[in-house]
Design a protein around this ligand. Structure first.
Ligand SMILES: Cc1ncc(COP(=O)(O)O)c(C=O)c1O
Length: 386
């Protein structure tokens, strides 16, 4: 079957490719440890599961949901945003559910880009920031994250020609894959840029609840003027161990959300209402303690990995957020993919090549902390012995 030329333009999705390799090795009896995908290894918190169970048992949730989302879901998101971020949202116009942040980010491309338009994409960054624009026939333009700017892009380097064509800008803090948190003043600069160039700023807020050492991640929407030019995509996946539930929300600019709604009503039939009800339960203050306990586990794993890497002579900065360690590959390898291939073949450990997150990720690899401690220790030992 001949795929569309749009599909031909994008490489196979990194983790789909890795899953295939892991399955092959496991079938051959090899004990593979995966530090690849960032998929929490512990269950969704009990209060959320209980709410989900009750909701699934209620026939009222069994029919088509509306794309607009349940009123109580939108109100719960608005209440959470006010309590957690100090951001006031109108649940009628400024909140809508999405079937995961990935769906939301992809569909924003479909809603806002025409062929010839540009989407500005953090580099390295979540692959959908580049795959999305390509799949809708537009052009992703990479914005390299500069380590000396605290892993922010240098917005002054965007040319007038690119800014003229730019309709969307994707950025994300706490950041996957670098683990960086937002540098002071960056969100303000994004608002200025978006105001001056008629582009929609899209903050991917997938990791705001996963932070360490007392750091509390802000919402982009708390920046003055942000709601006039931008939206934020909030995901339940990482902070609440809910990757499988596919629960997210788009919040912020009402016009942008109206267009997103218009698009989605032609594409999907909304988020299962039982998932919305579980999502509401997750945002209650009582669940904050579960989130804190989970973050303590990740912080311990982070220290364990960073200390072991330091002992092996690999210098890494301990991240204040996300579930990732971002580290330079050792000398002697042509690129990050070659190093990760070597680690998989020689140590049966899966790590992600930095180059898969964009050109600026080349020379680095990413370790995910979503593996139980004993397996993580074993994996780090295997890496060290290489
Ligand atoms: C930066 C970033 N955005 C979005 C996602 C996807 O989130 P969701 O599970 O809500 O689709 C991920 C998942 O790894 C991510 O790292």
């Amino acid at each position: 079957m001949r795929p569309s030329s749009r599909l031909e333009k994008i490489p196979p999705y990194l983790f789909a490719e890795l899953e295939r390799k892991i399955a092959e090795k496991r079938a051959a009896g090899i004990d593979v440890i995966s530090l690849g995908i960032g998929d929490p290894d512990t269950p969704t918190y009990p209060a959320i599961v209980a709410a989900g169970q009750a909701a699934v048992a209620d026939p009222a949730t069994h029919q088509y949901p509306s794309n607009r989302g349940r009123q109580d879901f939108r109100e719960a998101v608005a209440a959470f945003y006010e309590r957690r971020f100090g951001v006031v949202l109108d649940p009628e116009t400024e909140v809508m559910p999405a079937i995961g942040a990935k769906e939301c980010i992809f569909n924003l491309n479909l809603a806002f880009l025409d062929p010839g338009d540009v989407a500005l994409a953090s580099d390295p960054g979540y692959p959908v920031y580049t795959g999305g624009p390509l799949l809708v026939g537009a052009e992703p333009v990479l914005m390299p994250l500069e380590p000396e700017l605290g892993f922010a892009p240098d917005l002054d380097r965007l040319t007038p020609e690119v800014l003229e064509r730019a309709r969307l800008m994707f950025f994300n803090y706490p950041n996957n894959p670098t683990g960086a948190v937002v540098p002071d003043g960056f969100f303000e600069r994004v608002v200025e840029l978006a105001q001056g160039n008629d582009l929609l700023a899209v903050h991917d807020n997938a990791y705001s609840e996963t932070t360490y050492d007392g750091y509390v991640a802000p919402s982009f929407l708390a920046t003055p003027g942000a709601k006039e030019v931008g939206v934020e995509v909030f995901s339940w996946s990482k902070g609440y161990n809910m990757t499988g539930w596919r629960c997210a929300a788009i919040v912020g600019n009402a016009d942008a959300i109206a267009q997103f709604w218009r698009l989605k009503s032609n594409i999907d039939s909304g988020l299962f209402e039982a998932v919305q009800l579980a999502g509401i339960a997750a945002l209650r203050p009582e669940v904050d303690a579960d989130v804190r306990a989970m973050n303590a586990v990740y912080a311990r794993r982070r220290d364990l990995v960073c200390d072991a890497l330091a002992q092996a002579g690999v210098n890494v900065t301990k991240p204040k957020g996300t579930i990732y360690i971002w580290a330079p590959i050792p000398d002697g390898f042509a690129n990050s993919a070659a190093y990760c291939e070597h680690v998989l073949e020689q140590a049966a450990v899966v790590i992600s090549p930095g180059g898969a997150y964009g050109r600026s990720g080349e020379g680095f690899f990413r370790i995910s902390l979503t593996t139980p401690d004993d397996r993580l220790i074993e994996a780090v030992e295997r890496l060290r012995s290489l």
